[in-house]
Structures are given as C-alpha cells and as structure tokens.
Design a binder for this molecule. Structure first.
Ligand SMILES: [Zn+2]
Length: 175
C-alpha cells in the first residue's frame, strides 16, 4: 500500500523517467511576438491564473497541416515550439488583433495544453479561439457590415475568458 503511494508520488514528481533528466528550459521568442506572450500572461493573471512561461521557442518558418498560419510542436521533455508563417495572410495581416489571436491560440496549445474546439455559438460564430480554422474571431468588428452593432472589446473579452475557462457562458452577441 505504502509502496503504491510512493510510486504514485514518484510518477507525479519525476514522471517515472529517472533515466531522462528534465531538459533545461529554453526561452526564445522574437521581439515582435513577445508583447503577445506578455499579454497572454497578463490576461491569465487577471483571471487568477499565474503562468510561468520560461520554456518556449517561437520562430518564423514553413508549416503544413491543419493550422495554416502556425503550428505547435509539443513533446514530453522538450521545449514547446511554435512555428509561425510570416507571409500574407498570416502574420503580416494589418490588424494586430489577428496576430494576438494567432499567438493566443498557439499558447493555448503549448502552455494551457488545449486542443482544437470547433464548436459554434448559436450565432454561428466560433465558440473558441481554439478553433483550428479561423484566427479572425474578432473580425466582425474589424470589418463591420451594414449597421450590425459590434463591440470589439466585448468579443475579445469573451474569447480570452473562454481560452482560460472552457465553461464560459455564451455571450449575448453569441445567442
Ligand atoms: Zn491549433
């Protein structure tokens, strides 16, 4: 009984891989991306979550797969790596909100351990920044059509809330 408890504790503390020492954290983030990593940490703190982000590599390069503007590589005992596509329509989009959404999405993978969530709100808007298809979730406010009322701050608040808490209630504009 006691042995089992110790082994469980060992699993939790050492990940039961004594032959694989923990890797040294690497933090390598381009200056143009760093403000979004800081914003992510700040938004977490506003929601009562203290995040230590000291093991992360962000780079620009080529990707293939589901996330066309970037890809996250996460493996045990390795520094999480985010590769971003610089060419239009990805990083070079005019609006910084889309850059933020892209970085927040990948930090959702790498730091929060979240996967993709493709659910829609009743309004047909994506329910989450963690959708793997569309980084422009704030966009209806950036490209207003007709007289549709739009509240960019409200939309962003919802998506950032949902990023840190999947049980965030559907906002009024999403009904
Ligand atoms: Zn993704």
């Amino acid at each position: 009984m006691r042995l089992t408890s110790l082994c469980l504790l060992g699993l939790l503390l050492l990940d039961c891989k004594p032959d694989e020492p923990p890797h040294n954290p690497v933090y390598q983030v381009p200056a143009e991306v760093e403000p979004y990593v800081q914003a992510f940490r700040d938004e977490a703190a506003k929601r009562g979550k203290t995040l230590k982000i000291d093991d992360l590599i962000v780079e620009f390069g080529e990707t293939s797969g589901q996330d066309i503007c970037g890809v996250s590589q996460i493996a045990s005992n390795k520094t999480p790596r985010i590769t971003l596509v610089r060419e239009w329509p990805c990083w070079t989009r005019a609006y910084s909100q889309n850059q933020e959404a892209l970085i927040f999405h990948h930090l959702g993978h790498c730091i929060l351990g979240r996967g993709h969530k493709t659910a829609l709100l009743p309004s047909s808007d994506y329910a989450s920044l963690m959708n793997g298809e569309y980084m422009g979730v704030y966009s209806p406010c950036l490209y207003p059509i007709g007289n549709t009322p739009c509240n960019l701050t409200g939309r962003r608040t919802y998506y950032v809330d949902e990023l840190f808490n999947e049980n965030t209630p559907v906002p009024a504009w999403g009904k």
